[in-house]
Ligand binder design. Structure first.
Ligand SMILES: Nc1ncnc2c1ncn2[C@@H]1O[C@H](COP(=O)(O)OP(=O)(O)OP(=O)(O)O)[C@@H](O)[C@H]1O
Length: 557
């Protein structure tokens, strides 16, 4: 045995390690005793492997936990939905069997003493904790504690409500506070409203505003609807924000996208048997750039209850089909009525302004009745204009179905990518004219160095009166100038006065070298306006409306 073999044996014995056994070819076995380096590497590898395995196991556990949680949530949601469905079923049968007219009695509590009839009814039905009445037991619309809403900000006022934004548990909501003067105190009216609220509560769609529940103003007693907050305001505001220096500009991509979203939301409502009946650009809200349909149902019911006439202030005439003006009493509106309004909205998406914005309700209704529609905005793809023209056709049966509208929009969305729609608007100048002072003197405003002068008359009473004044100028009547050379107008009490309506228009007349009044104005009798206010003549050479157009409007109205 060689010396080195002996040393190896001795070392092995010392370390209690087995002796290396030679293999068949007489070579030493591969190391049973790893070198230090190797040993360290092995250990490192093993540790790394263990760590990887542990990490993997941990990630698996996290996943399992996540899925279990999601599963539990789903289960819970399913349970809640089942409960909700059961309650709804039960409530429906109770509502049907009871009817609100018959035995419905309001429980009087101190809390509801100072409520309006509407608030009282709904409050009693949905909010009051008294479980004695069957209705209360079966109503499960969520009630929010008003005091928990923070950072309230006023957003705007509608025909029957005031809207605020407010925070609740870190989320912003819209609070629609119904006015306390609504005549909803009889059982019949109340039945309609509660039905609407119920149906509103079941509406859940990404393109329809969500109704979360109700609340009550602690002092005023107003009934409040808690709604999803739309952070870009109404479609009207949104389109307005796309205007700059009198020019509206928007991408086709966005135009078609919003058009699609409105159509999808409307289709959802129709599929649920809900007809909107008051679709216009202030009832479409925009949240994170996405369109949501709002104000269906309850506003409609309140409108009907408070004013059976379709000229009610919350109804926007320019979006209403002609049938309503022809056979108003007998005409029953259906899905096709909404499709007419959708057509007008599709036009508005390209114009950036509301339809017939320079006419009052009366003139608009005559125009629609006579088949007049807004003009196609130059640059609109024909397929798009054809689509809305078909929607707003006077014959309801010829209006397309919503599936068809969606299909056309889908095709258009691929064809119009990257382009813009622009529309020139004169709103800024009109506003300037409307803000002109009443005390301006005509003689100060007569320039003599222009080829054409323009005399504008503006007021905020009624555009019918304006149209009359233009017509009357030709016959030297009715528009009058007082001693201070200010133009005044006679009392047109025979015409409907709509205080909300503002107007502006202008006519042109030949230039005068001496700066005097043109003869058609000089001829008027001097007489003061008795009731309707004064015209304010201003000079506005940039805005000369062709006389033909004014005459056409006159001929129509
Ligand atoms: N959920 C909401 N989120 C954000 N803003 C809203 C919401 N609901 C309404 N608004 C805004 O509040 C204002 C008043 O709305 P409201 O619905 O009361 O009246 P309207 O739609 O303008 O008119 P009307 O009641 O006559 O139809 C509008 O400017 C509207 O854009």
């Amino acid at each position: 045995m060689s010396c080195s073999s002996l040393q190896t044996i001795q070392a092995s014995i010392q370390n209690f390690a087995p002796l290396p056994v030679p293999n068949r070819r007489g070579r030493k076995r591969l190391s049973t005793m790893p070198s230090n380096k190797k040993h360290m590497r092995n250990l490192t590898n093993q540790r790394a492997f263990r760590e990887r395995r542990e990490n993997y196991l941990r990630s698996l556990e996290i996943k399992v936990e996540k899925y279990e949680k999601a599963y539990a949530e789903q289960q819970n949601e399913i349970r809640l939905l089942k409960e909700e469905a059961a309650i709804l079923k039960q409530r429906l049968s109770l509502f049907e069997s009871y009817g609100f007219n018959s035995d419905f009695s309001i429980t009087s509590s101190d809390d509801s003493k100072n409520l309006s009839p509407l608030s009282k009814n709904i409050y009693d039905l949905m909010i009051n904790e008294n479980k004695d009445t069957i209705e209360l037991e079966t109503f499960s619309i969520k009630e929010y504690d008003y005091s928990q809403f923070n950072a309230q900000k006023h957003i705007g006022n509608g025909g029957f409500s005031t809207v605020y934004s407010a925070d609740f548990q870190g989320k912003t909501y819209a609070l629609k506070s119904l006015n306390n003067n609504l005549c909803l105190d009889n059982g019949d009216n109340f039945k309609k409203i509660s039905q609407e609220l119920k149906s509103l509560y079941t509406v859940k769609h990404p393109n329809v505003i969500k109704f979360y529940g109700t609340s009550k103003h602690p002092e005023m007693g107003n009934f409040i609807m808690i709604l999803q907050f739309a952070n870009n305001g109404s479609l009207r505001d949104y389109l307005q924000s796309k205007q700059q220096n009198g020019v509206f500009k928007n991408s086709w991509y966005e135009t078609i996208k919003i058009a699609e979203e409105i159509t999808i939301g409307l289709k959802y409502l129709h599929d649920k048997g809900i007809i909107h009946q008051n679709l216009h650009s202030k009832n479409i809200l925009i949240n994170d750039g996405k369109a949501l349909i709002a104000d269906f149902g309850i506003s409609n019911q309140i409108n009907q209850i408070n004013d059976t006439s379709i000229s009610s202030s919350t109804i926007k005439i320019a979006y209403i089909e002609p049938q309503c003006f022809m056979q108003h009493e007998m005409f029953k509106r259906d899905e096709r009525s909404d499709i007419y309004s959708l057509g007008v909205l599709l036009w508005e998406l390209t114009s950036g302004t509301p339809p017939f914005s320079d006419s009052n309700d009366y003139a608009i209704s005559i125009k629609i009745f006579l088949g007049e529609r807004e003009k196609v905005i130059p640059g609109t793809p024909k397929e798009y204009s054809d689509l809305y023209i078909n929607c707003w056709t006077s014959e309801p049966e010829k209006r397309p179905k919503l599936d068809g509208v969606l299909n056309d929009l889908k095709i258009l969305s691929t064809e119009t990518t990257g382009k813009f729609i622009t529309n020139c608007i004169i709103t800024d100048n009109q506003l300037l004219m409307q803000s002109a002072s009443y005390s301006m003197q005509l003689s100060d405003k007569m320039p003599s160095n222009k080829n054409t002068n323009s005399c504008s008359v503006t007021d905020t009473i009624n555009s019918d009166i304006l149209l009359m004044s233009i017509e009357d100028k030709r016959v030297n009547r009715d528009v009058i100038i007082n001693d201070n050379e200010r133009i005044y107008m006679q009392d047109y009490s025979m015409f409907p006065i709509n205080n909300d309506c503002s107007f502006s228009a202008q006519t042109s007349y030949p230039p005068l070298s001496n700066g005097n009044l043109p003869s058609f104005l000089q001829g008027f009798d001097k007489q003061l306006c008795s009731k309707n206010g004064a015209f304010s003549p201003t000079h506005s050479p940039t805005l000369i409306e062709p006389m033909d157009e004014i005459m056409n409007t006159l001929a129509l109205s």
